[in-house]
Design a protein around this ligand. Sequence first.
Ligand code: BEZ
Length: 268
Amino acid sequence: MPGLLLGDEAPNFEADTTQGRIRFHDFLGDSWGILFSHPRDFTPVCTTELGRAARLAPEFSKRNVKLIALSIDSVQDHLSWCKDINAYNGEQPGEKLPFPIIADKNRELAVKLGMLDPDEQDKDGMPLTARVVFVFGPDKKLKLSILYPATTGRNFDEILRVVDSLQLTAYKKVATPVDWKVRSRAKFTARHWEQALKWQPASLGGAPRLGEAAAGGSLASAGSCFCSRKSQGAGPLTHLPAKQIFPRAGSQGEPAAPAQGCLSCRNG
Ligand code: BEZ
């Protein structure tokens, strides 16, 4: 069956884009990545979405996330469309956006990645692309997918919110509750998390690498934790209310250093 499931590795496809030919894995490098698809160039909803993505590009960049769009038209069409998108954003109508757009004129990638919307068709009766959001981690595995029909525009605030949750839960063995949001979005980025975790004293096991927590070892379990919940078999995942997940930011505007002891339960 075409499509991608959580944990699947991103296919290492080659494609022409508005920023030249790419190989997807090289494009992603060590970053997080979001591949998002669009039904068609020059359509109104798509233009608003790409305009919003362009305005939010610095926010994604802060989180070490590379954006790449896909639409089933040619590079030339995409470049002309970029002018509309920039104009929609009140910018000079140039051909440059802060991320590339993949040209998938023959729908090869759209079919392979399960992106087609059977309810929306072009004048030849061919299905258009749905609005898919794939979020890949630095290990190139699919961490999240959201699938909207062509007729429903996405909420890019929600996409930023899920990136924050994915990055937090990649570094720490926690789950984020309903409607959870980073309290001060500007202050918490993937790099901040790495910095915050590096603060951990060496006696408690030092900083974890990405994926270490997900593999089962909490930070503290690498060192000297006497967490009663764990010894009572509290399970592999700890659910914390948002205020415990996010300690108050320090006076310098940096995230507060993690408490000593078990980072899952905060028991020392
Ligand atoms: C749009 O982007 O406006 C759109 C595209 C396909 C179907 C409906 C709306």
